[in-house]
Design a protein around this ligand. Structure first.
Ligand code: PRX
Length: 657
């Protein structure tokens, strides 16, 4: 689309205000009835929804959660089930020969399709292999794989034997992985030789070897299982390391599932908060199963033959819920792609949509912005008429990116579904219901039925009607994280102390006169870089490892492509040799991961602080974005003379982020 077209479309849409062509009175009435039932009879609502799942023992009640005191979150807690049975076995009778998983390789012409029956067999073999290694119910298993079939198989195999999985992002550094392996107490790691990135190879096994060396004797890892993805030579340690193919091919395609209590842990997933240490959110079996099926089924209702493609890496919550569990619980066909959006060439995504007749494409605003930048010609060259739904999540999406997605990719026929959620929420909290929710470009619309979203002021007092405030939820939902692994106090402190009896999301939002929510971004010290959450403290702790640095402050600044980019201010220790900004960038990449590399590093004499010694990041952020005045009230600063030198340094060194 040319800028002119986009502008025209935007004006036309703005005048119309709402995109409501597909909204029908019947669907609206059904939706409003669900909203009313969810509000007035949550117990009845969720007991009905629990029927989405095959229970080994059906639950007799829904929630027994309490957001006060020691905070206890429990759902369907006398029910028993197994997630892999729900994702696979129960579909075998009716859709055993339907494609469950499509894998598109980065190499041209290389792809795989697995029917439900084939995926079931592969999962059973892997589950049996894990059991054969002595891995049992409750043991944590780390999964560190690129986007390959074995990543999905490994997750479901863990679920089959009741071993909580801990999926680790391929971009984490060895240090980051080591810390997470120790914290989770993982007994095994499933990794790859390397990941393919065009001609490049991103080492995986070597990173695990380094991580295990760093962890030393405090690691509980006994087994490392290596999937051969790229034929890269790797060192195999006798007794500890196993080739995936040999392990799995030795097994029969059957494996008795472990019947789990609803509140048994299904997975841990690390995310960042405002303190340095990454935290593992704990998600349990029964509530998550109902929730993943409900949220995906509500926002992406399936029809026979549909192909759902969520482009998220399996290492994120979107990967868990929108790539693996949600689609498979609902009997859909889910697609994964090994490569990056425009790899090996621009237009690759559209080629995949065309070849596979993808019906729902779910991605992040970062990817939409990058694809938009490549121009309209690429999507225009392909037949994208199969698309019915275009999902987005993970970051605020601007109205122009939303409209580009809608007009150029969806050709005005596929709905853009902006959904707001978090690792902590495990599924969609705010989002449209097709046919019932008129859309507004840039808004994640309204809470899904039964969710009680509220806005509060800075003191945690709820207010009604239009306005901007802190996004909280007054009632639990089945997929809510139960706790932080080995950190229940931190869990209470982070989410339940801001406003009494409420879950505080950490995000700010504006509510308009129609009750629509517009997310304004994080209110805490968390930076969202291309949809990856990174705590400022995580970066500052990493920088602090360099003994020449006295202190550091990281802030998030606006970035055209990534949403936010990282800018770091560092102060040197007296009498230490100078440090190059590029060295700081390297330290961060090594300690945290490549995805956290800063856009700019400024070596400064002093940081702005309050009298009590707290760094004023709000001010630093404005300075880093090039603002030179109108900073508001600076009276809380211990020394306001530090401000001008900072402005000068930034003005001198600032290049467009
Ligand atoms: O700030 C919000 C942003 O992403 C954060 C959660 O990130 P994560 O735990 O990685 O989970 C992502 C799951 C989609 C939120 O606190 N965020 C998520 N969705 C949106 C969003 N910001 C704006 N609009 C959204 N739709």
């Amino acid at each position: 689309m040319t800028p002119m077209n986009l502008e025209d479309a935007f004006t036309a849409r703005q005048n119309k205000a709402l995109i409501s062509e597909t909204v029908t009175p019947e669907k609206t009435a059904a939706y409003e009835a669900k909203v009313a039932q969810g509000r007035d009879d949550p117990e009845g609502f969720w007991m009905e929804e629990s029927g989405r799942i095959s229970w080994a023992v059906a639950p007799t009640h829904a929630s027994t959660s309490d957001f006060t005191g020691n905070v206890s979150i429990r759902w369907f807690d006398d029910g028993k089930l197994n997630l892999s049975v729900n994702c696979l076995d129960r579909h075998l009778k009716d859709r055993g020969d339907q494609i469950a998983l499509i894998w598109e390789g980065e190499t041209d012409g290389v792809r795989r399709e697995l029917t439900y029956r084939e995926l079931h067999a592969e999962v059973c073999r892997m589950a049996a292999a894990l059991r054969g290694l002595g891995i049992k119910r409750g043991d944590r298993v780390a999964i560190h794989l690129p986007m390959v079939v074995e990543a999905v198989v490994s997750m479901l195999a863990c679920a089959r034997i009741g071993a909580p999985h801990v999926v680790l992002f391929g971009g984490f550094s060895a240090e980051g992985i080591s810390e997470r392996l120790v914290d989770s107490g993982a007994v095994a790691v499933i990794t790859a030789d390397a990941a393919r990135r065009g001609a490049k190879r991103i080492p995986h096994k070597a990173t695990i070897d380094d991580a295990l060396k760093l962890a030393g004797t405090i690691s509980s890892v006994k087994h490392v299982i290596v999937v051969n993805v790229t034929d890269t030579d790797v060192e195999m340690k006798a007794g500890r390391d196993h080739a995936y193919s040999a392990l799995v091919s030795a097994q029969a395609p059957e494996c008795e599932p472990e019947i789990m209590d609803a509140e048994d842990v299904l997975f841990l997933l690390y995310t960042s908060g405002s303190t340095g240490k990454p935290k593992a959110m704990v998600h349990t079996s029964g509530g998550y199963a109902v929730w993943a099926s409900y949220t995906l089924g509500t926002v992406y209702p399936q029809q026979p033959g549909d192909v759902h493609w969520c482009t998220a890496d399996v290492a994120w919550i979107t990967g868990h819920t929108c790539v693996v569990y949600g689609p498979l619980l609902n009997g859909a066909t889910t697609l994964i792609y090994e490569g990056l959006p425009s790899s090996p060439r621009p237009g690759r995504w559209w080629e995949i949509v065309q070849r596979n007749r993808v019906t729902s494409l779910f991605t992040a605003p970062t990817a939409i912005r990058a694809l938009m930048r490549e121009g309209d010609d690429f999507p225009r060259q392909f037949d994208l008429s199969s698309l019915r739904a275009l999902g987005t999540a993970g970051e605020p999406i601007s109205a122009d990116a939303w409209l580009w997605f809608y007009e150029v990719v969806g050709r005005g026929k596929a709905l853009v579904l902006d959904t707001w959620w978090q690792t902590e929420t495990a599924g969609i909290m705010l989002g449209p219901v097709p046919g019932a929710t008129p859309l507004k470009p840039g808004s994640a619309t309204r809470p899904l039925p039964s969710l009680q979203a509220v806005l509060t002021d800075e003191k945690g007092n709820i207010f009604e009607g239009p306005g901007e405030g802190c996004l909280c939820f007054t009632r639990s939902w089945p997929g809510q994280a139960r706790t932080i692994w080995q950190g229940h106090d931190r869990f209470i402190q982070t989410y339940f102390t801001f406003a009494s009896g409420m879950y505080f999301s950490g995000d700010g939002a504006r509510r308009d006169e129609d009750g629509y929510f517009w997310i304004t971004g994080r209110m805490d010290d968390v930076i969202n870089v291309s949809g990856h959450r990174i705590g400022t403290a995580e970066i500052e702790d990493a920088v602090g490892i360099d003994h020449r640095i006295a202190e550091a402050a990281a802030v998030g600044v606006q970035h055209d492509l990534k949403g936010q980019g990282i800018v770091v201010f560092v102060v040197m220790r007296a009498n230490k040799a100078g440090v190059l900004p590029s060295e700081i960038g390297e330290v961060i990449s090594r300690q945290v991961g490549r995805y956290a590399a800063p856009e700019r590093v400024y070596v400064v004499d002093e940081l702005p602080k309050t009298r009590s010694g707290k760094i004023v990041r709000r001010l630093l952020r404005k300075i880093a974005e090039g603002q030179t005045g109108e900073f508001g009230d600076l009276s809380s600063l211990a020394d306001s003379s530090v401000v001008q030198p900072l402005i000068d340094i930034v003005a001198r060194e600032r290049k467009p982020a």
